[in-house]
Design a protein around this ligand. Structure first.
Ligand SMILES: [Zn+2]
Length: 383
């Protein structure tokens, strides 16, 4: 891997409703609207993904010290987290070598008379650079009809229309036949000419139930089928509901497929010593793994935000991760021993505390893994 940079498209699925707010004012039908793209379709901004991923990379043990999780003053400037996500120090600063983009809705789930279907639009597909015959849908902009898959055609040929929530669209015809698109897990997209399945989106049921609608209808259906939940503010003092404290918030629904692109720049071309392109990709992909469990955006404590990112084939496995953690801890201990002599009294106390914490963490990890080994050894002996 000696490229100057690598570009990779990721597909992801909302496991929970996802709420990334606009930060404030009441407008429209929810008190807490979500952030939208220029076409009115909700998105997760790259800055939100980046901030969350940085924290999760730290959780995974990839930062040299706690301050690296924030990337501000006192960040080390050299560890995998600092190099991948950048940092702004007092004397030096460096842009991150991983560049994040907004996550955009690609396939959006809606209830219909034949069960759940996912809608997409010519604009959404063109953004991906679909590499097959696109003539059926490329310029499709009718607001009264839609183009179904072959699977849905067979289910609907005697019906002639499909509903998306409350909206009814006719099935587009080609001559006297129903028009069908041929977007599937095998469809090739992008510069790298990967199929959706190779890009990690190997979900036949989603593609079987995929419907193409015009760009304006897409935005309309998405906006009338967002999750809108009502909640109540709990007073922190009394623990009871506050009077008049009902509020609503919007969210991208569960089952939505989003896509985003990462650009990974090669450290070798940016005068960063001791790191390579693999380090940057693996750091970010290892952090993405936690999005599935810890989520992105607001309202996390109310069961919001979990996002499964597909195609994380460069993430560190648990063994490699343990090796990196141990190396990082040892490096930090050495560093502390070096700087502690010339530090102020106040600094010395802080560094000694950090040293004790690292040693304690190492000891606890060793105890835990000893017990795990025992459990598996017993099992292997048939005990
Ligand atoms: Zn660092």
């Amino acid at each position: 891997m000696d490229d100057v940079y690598v570009r990779k498209t990721y597909f992801s699925m909302a496991i929970d409703p996802i709420h990334v707010g606009t930060g404030g004012y009441t407008l429209g039908r929810a008190d807490n609207p979500i952030l939208r793209d220029f076409d009115g379709v909700p998105k997760i901004p790259g800055t939100s993904i980046e901030g969350t991923a940085r924290t999760y990379a730290y959780f995974q043990g990839l930062a040299l010290k706690r301050e690296c999780a924030k990337g501000k003053k006192d960040a080390c400037g050299q560890c995998k987290v600092c190099v991948s996500f950048g940092y702004t120090g007092e004397e030096r600063s460096q842009q991150g070598l991983a560049i994040f983009s907004d996550a955009k809705v690609l396939f959006f789930p809606v209830a219909s008379l034949v069960g759940p279907v996912w809608i997409t639009s010519p604009g959404k597909l063109k953004e991906l650079g679909i590499q097959q015959d696109t003539s059926i849908w490329e310029n499709f902009d009718k607001s009264e009809s839609c183009i179904v898959s072959n699977y849905l055609k067979n289910k609907l040929k005697n019906v002639g229309y499909l509903n998306f929530g409350w909206l009814l669209l006719y099935l587009e015809k080609e001559g006297d036949q129903l028009a069908t698109h041929n977007i599937s897990t095998n469809t090739i997209f992008g510069e790298d000419k990967l199929s959706f399945a190779q890009g990690g989106l190997d979900k036949k049921d989603v593609f079987d139930r995929l419907v193409i609608v015009s760009d304006s209808v897409f935005s309309q259906i998405v906006n009338s089928n967002l999750e809108v939940r009502t909640s109540v503010s709990i007073s922190p003092e009394t623990g009871a509901a506050e009077e008049g404290a009902l509020f609503t918030y919007e969210a991208i629904p569960r089952g939505t497929i989003l896509q985003f692109t990462m650009v990974y720049q090669n450290p070798k071309h940016f005068d960063v010593a001791g790191k390579n392109l693999e380090d940057i990709i693996s750091t970010v992909e290892t952090s993405f793994e936690l999005l599935e469990f810890l989520g992105v955006g607001g309202m996390g404590t109310r069961g919001f935000g979990k996002l499964k990112v597909f195609g994380l084939d460069k993430r560190y496995d648990p063994i490699k991760l343990a090796q990196i953690r141990v190396d990082t801890m040892r490096k930090r201990l050495e560093e502390i021993d070096q700087i502690i002599k010339s530090a102020s009294d106040e600094e010395q106390t802080k560094l000694e505390k950090e040293k004790r914490e690292i040693l304690e963490e190492m000891k606890q990890a060793r105890e835990k893994y000893k017990q795990l080994v025992e459990i598996y050894e017993k099992a292997a002996e048939g005990g």
